[in-house]
Design a protein around this ligand. Sequence first.
Ligand code: HEC
Ligand code: HEC
Length: 223
Amino acid sequence: MTNLQVFPKDTPRGEVIGAMRGFTAALGVRCDHCHVDEADGPGVQDDKASDAKQPKRVAREMMKMTMKINADLLGALPERHDPKVEVSCVTCHHGLPVPETLATRLRATLTASGIDSTMKLYRELRKDGLRGRYDFGENALNDLARGLAAESKTADALALLALNREFNPASPMIPMIEAEIRYSAGETDAAIEILRKIVAADPKNGRAARRLKEWESATQKKE
Ligand code: HEC
Ligand code: HEC
């Protein structure tokens, strides 16, 4: 090996290759994501020492960053876990070439391509979703819907909630958020109707019951 700059130059080959397998798993990529090799096309010579590809150059900085986090920052932590817990590539990357959450990915798609593409992407990711890359709990779409509602994008927010309900039909949070969004958008009757259903199904839901009282008395005052 001729171009080790972060690993000590005399690192045994097996150790370097072991670390490389760790990189590919952590980022969900193959060797050719970072290295010039045969997978780049017919006639391409394997050249693992080459720094031609941007991800390899960034990966070196990432190796240094990860070492610094573990040695300097976590190393200085008082009252640390025993045995100590360290950061590695997968801690941030979770099987993705660039770390992102489901919410940031969906948000970027929404901005670039609109609600239909976003809903389609969510379904596709979910189908492929058993690999731990994204958290498919109900919070991602709920938070995104709240954010959109705050920007007065009510229709998009409600579309995302409907999608979320499809996969989480028993969630008490989703109808609650829908009611709040509709209420803020002036759809008072629809909002109260949803809350009545929530309270009827679960009379112990104190938050929903209080909110229902508030909204009912607010509308009576108006009338
Ligand atoms: C995320 C990017 C990344 C991936 C994926 C990756 N590598 Fe690397 N590889 C590097 C970096 C960065 C170095 C240089 C490390 C250094 O400077 O100490 C390196 C160095 C090497 C070297 C030493 C080259 C030399 O002569 O200096 C070999 C061999 C190697 N990788 C093989 C592999 C193999 C095989 C795979 C697939 C299993 C792989 N790598 C996947 C980033 C990557
Ligand atoms: C503390 C979190 C964290 C850790 C640990 C981490 N990364 Fe990253 N990585 C990031 C972030 C954030 C970015 C995106 C930075 C940007 O370009 O804005 C990134 C970007 C990258 C990229 C560039 C992707 C591209 O296509 O531009 C590579 C390659 C990469 N990381 C490899 C690694 C490797 C290999 C490790 C382990 C040695 C590692 N990372 C550890 C957070 C992390």
